[in-house]
Design a protein around this ligand. Sequence first.
Ligand SMILES: C[S@@+](CC[C@H](N)C(=O)[O-])C[C@H]1O[C@@H](n2cnc3c(N)ncnc32)[C@H](O)[C@@H]1O
Length: 242
Amino acid sequence: MKFEDMINTIIIGDSYKLIKDIPDNSIDCIYTDIPYLSTFSGGGSLKNKLGNYIKEEVEEFSNGIDYKILKDFIRVMKKINCFIWCSKSQILDIMNFFAKYEPDINILTWTKTNPIPFGSSIWLSDIEYCLHFYKGASYNIGWKYKKKNFTSPINNKDKEKYLHPTIKPIQCVKNHLLNMTKEKDVILDPFSGSGTTCVAAKELNRKFIGIEINPEYYKISLDRLNGILANGQISFDTDIKI
Ligand SMILES: C[S@@+](CC[C@H](N)C(=O)[O-])C[C@H]1O[C@@H](n2cnc3c(N)ncnc32)[C@H](O)[C@@H]1O
């Protein structure tokens, strides 16, 4: 596929293959939320029953990623500017990969004010992690977009609207993009799900490329770009602020 045809759209397919069509040094920022590596276990305790319930919800993307795609991330970026939402168990491998390029590294977080309590777990699962790797000068933008933590309740309304179990809060994504990209920059999300990154980029006048392998999420994300909810109704979002 030609690079020009990828701009400002979401492509259905396998990002491991499609990323090969993206030229070297052509992307200003990768912003992605990779399939998580789940650490759920089976069994009969309340904790494990809850664990299995959640596992079923996210089964198809709880097997992690093949880290070889990270080499392509480095290849396609003009300079390192890469956000990766991931599970706790993936942090070490991803950090190890990027460390050799000596970027600035930060762990950004989304803190949920109403996490689901898991029986006898030691800690609540109230934090999600987004790694940011960066090499270069920062943009001079207002302090409110520079916060490393975003706090909000679990976004159940978004899940209902776009039928994706791991949808990220769009305001959080926008804050990150406002801080680390400028208008007309090209943002790539190779695991685009319900299209949160692409919608955020579009609303902020950035260019975007999304890749999603699941036909259902692909359709939902294309509709979402056009302001249509998963149930076919038009979206009248008024709670999204820049
Ligand atoms: C964690 S979800 C992304 C959710 C997204 N951030 C959102 O807000 O909706 C990861 C997505 O990657 C997709 N995926 C998994 N393997 C893929 C592959 N090889 N190529 C493209 N997409 C893939 C899954 O179908 C899933 O929708």
